[in-house]
Design a protein around this ligand. Structure first.
Ligand SMILES: NC(=O)C1=CN([C@@H]2O[C@H](COP(=O)(O)OP(=O)(O)OC[C@H]3O[C@@H](n4cnc5c(N)ncnc54)[C@H](OP(=O)(O)O)[C@@H]3O)[C@@H](O)[C@H]2O)C=CC1
Ligand SMILES: O=C1O[C@H](COP(=O)(O)O)[C@@H](O)[C@H](O)[C@H]1O
Length: 535
């Protein structure tokens, strides 16, 4: 496996502590050393140090570009993690200069005082081309600009499609016809939505595969770039403690949760077309599920891992309306600011929309490892907190001798905020008594890895594209299995105009969801208390 991510973390730590280093030169030497180490990776997953790299952001004038892509490129550049001789190009319809592009991005770039000089250098290697998404001629002009930086025709070219799906088709055709690398490689990074159901996703997949080979396509699910999601493989397959008990004999149910404490924030028009199931459950949560549930891959080669992910998805039957609870938030009259407004109060949402902003689905995996274990996927907007986690709940202790006082063990992998892994367990209450209580074995990253700066998901993923590692990207067959599981449900919801249950902004969602998880063999005791004081 490429250890680029570890090196990225290390460099970030160094970056953080750079004020204590004597001179900029020392920092540069460390960077050079790290860079040569990265280049020395021999597993074929690291970047090409010999040739230029031309990185083009398609849709450079947009929201994603300014909030995520340019900041990520800057951080990677700042930390010296990109190949030398990398140049950035923005492409969009808006006519603007690089300076105007910079002004749009500035508020999101998080530049520290001591980084200002380097920040200037970053913008010096940025270029911008204005052009349509439909005219071949405009792409020929883009290609001409790219070619100015590619004298020997050996540059590698990367295209990030930060674009609405409506222009995907024409843009990819024009890239294929006019902008491909000559002797170097071309890689195309694709953002969701990857269609709206099985049929539309197949059309898009067929379209992309008619233009590019699978190893040129990088479908981003940014949850695959998160520290604790990447850690799932290590937790599972690097620990004798967990691996042998990771099965139906020991585990009662598994809950995978995503919660956000804010609503659609004026993005309701976009959101309404998709709903929470497409926005979060069918991609982020299902990706996590497949990493939690898959069999051990033959190796850490990206295709071995993705083969296992596909295999486990194939064991899941399409979910039905009976398996889900759907919700939609309403305003909280006692709340503050946005909380007062419900989903339907958003002017960009069509009147009377039934689109769910909350969903829980109980899924089952029909294989020898998981038969009878419920996987509960839960996600929602405008809830009581921000949280993403995996909760593995073990069976009740058999033949209990403690008068029914034991509570189920839980292994909790908290993805965000505050990465942590903790095991909830029973212990004898310390002291003279022979009573028992719930406690935890706690690996809180902030405590155990003090000072370690974890890179943003996009940093890891964009670096992976430079390195040619597809381990954390979605393969087309994974995608088609994901749509197979969700499409019938999505069609039923839309065809039958299923009304979601209303829940109040800032609550935990509909009470029906708790009843459903209870019925799905997930026990909530409400008795566990975490004592934070030792930090
Ligand atoms: N290292 C660390 O940082 C650690 C942090 N902690 C913190 O301690 C707190 C408590 O720990 P936690 O593991 O959550 O323990 P709990 O058993 O108290 O809660 C488990 C989860 O159950 C859900 N829940 C709440 N009410 C109900 C209900 N009525 N029916 C069904 N489910 C319900 C909640 O999730 P939801 O609302 O999403 O359904 C809750 O997060 C948490 O904030 C946790 O983050 C604990 C240990 C270590
Ligand atoms: O893909 C999406 O994810 C974000 C949440 O991402 P996070 O990294 O902040 O957890 C979500 O807000 C958005 O609706 C969805 O499209």
């Amino acid at each position: 496996m490429s250890n680029v991510s570890q090196k990225l973390t290390l460099l970030n730590q160094m970056h953080k502590s750079s004020p204590s280093l004597n001179t900029q030169r020392t920092l540069d030497l460390i960077r050079d050393d790290l860079t040569s180490n990265i280049m020395a990776d021999t597993e074929g997953t690291c970047w090409d140090s010999q040739n230029p790299h031309l990185f083009t952001v398609m849709g450079a004038s947009g929201d994603l570009a300014k909030k995520k892509i340019y900041p990520t490129l800057w951080w990677l550049y700042r930390d010296g993690l990109l190949p030398p001789n990398t140049t950035f190009f923005g492409y969009a319809r808006t006519k603007m200069t690089v300076n105007e592009l910079r002004e749009r991005c500035d508020p999101h770039m998080k530049v520290k005082n001591e980084e200002k000089e380097r920040y200037e250098l970053f913008w010096k290697i940025n270029y911008y081309v204005a052009g349509s998404y439909t005219e071949r001629r405009d792409f020929e002009l883009l290609n001409k600009e790219l070619s100015n930086f590619d004298n020997l025709s050996r540059a590698n070219r990367l295209f990030y499609l930060a674009l609405p799906p409506s222009v995907f088709d024409t843009v990819t055709v024009h890239i294929r016809n006019t902008c491909m690398a000559n002797k170097g490689w071309t890689r195309v990074i694709v953002e969701k939505p990857f269609g709206k159901d099985s049929a539309s996703s197949k059309v898009l997949s067929d379209h992309l595969s008619s233009l590019f080979a699978e190893d040129q396509l990088y479908r981003i699910d940014h949850y695959l770039g998160k520290e604790m999601v990447q850690n799932l493989m290590t937790i599972r397959f690097g620990n004798q403690l967990f691996n042998p008990t990771w099965n139906r004999q020991n585990i009662a149910s598994i809950m995978i949760t995503f919660k956000e404490p804010f609503g659609t924030q004026g993005r309701g028009g976009y959101f309404d077309e998709f709903g929470i199931i497409r926005d979060v459950m069918q991609n982020h949560l299902l990706q996590i599920l497949s990493l939690v549930a898959m069999e051990k891959p033959a190796s850490v080669h990206p295709d071995d891992i993705r083969n296992e992910k596909v295999k486990v998805l194939k064991c899941i039957q399409p979910i039905t309306l009976n398996d889900v609870v759907l919700g939609q938030y309403i305003g909280n009259p006692e709340g503050e600011g946005d909380e007062k407004f419900g989903y339907l109060d958003d002017k960009t949402v069509p009147e009377g929309s039934n689109t769910p902003t909350f969903a829980m689905a109980v899924m089952r995996i029909n294989n020898e490892r998981w038969d009878g274990v419920n996987f509960i996927l839960k996600c929602g907007k405008a809830l009581n907190e921000r949280k993403a986690e995996v909760r593995i709940q073990y069976h009740d202790v058999a033949g209990d001798i403690f008068g029914g006082k034991t509570k189920r063990n839980e292994l909790v992998i908290r993805v965000q905020p505050g990465e942590a892994l903790y095991i909830k367990m029973m212990t004898k209450t310390p002291g003279i008594t022979f009573d028992m209580e719930e406690t935890e074995l706690d690996l809180t990253y902030q405590h155990r890895y003090q000072g370690v700066v974890l890179p943003d998901a996009y940093e890891r993923l964009i670096l992976d594209v430079f390195c040619g590692s597809q381990m954390h990207f979605v393969r087309s067959d994974e995608l088609s299995e994901a749509w197979r599981i969700f499409t019938p449900l999505l069609h039923t919801i839309e065809r039958e105009k299923i009304e979601p249950i209303k829940y109040v902004y800032g609550s935990r969602g509909p009470i029906e969801a708790d009843n459903k998880s209870d019925a799905a063999n997930f026990k909530f005791y409400g008795s566990y208390k975490w004592h934070k004081s030792h930090f």
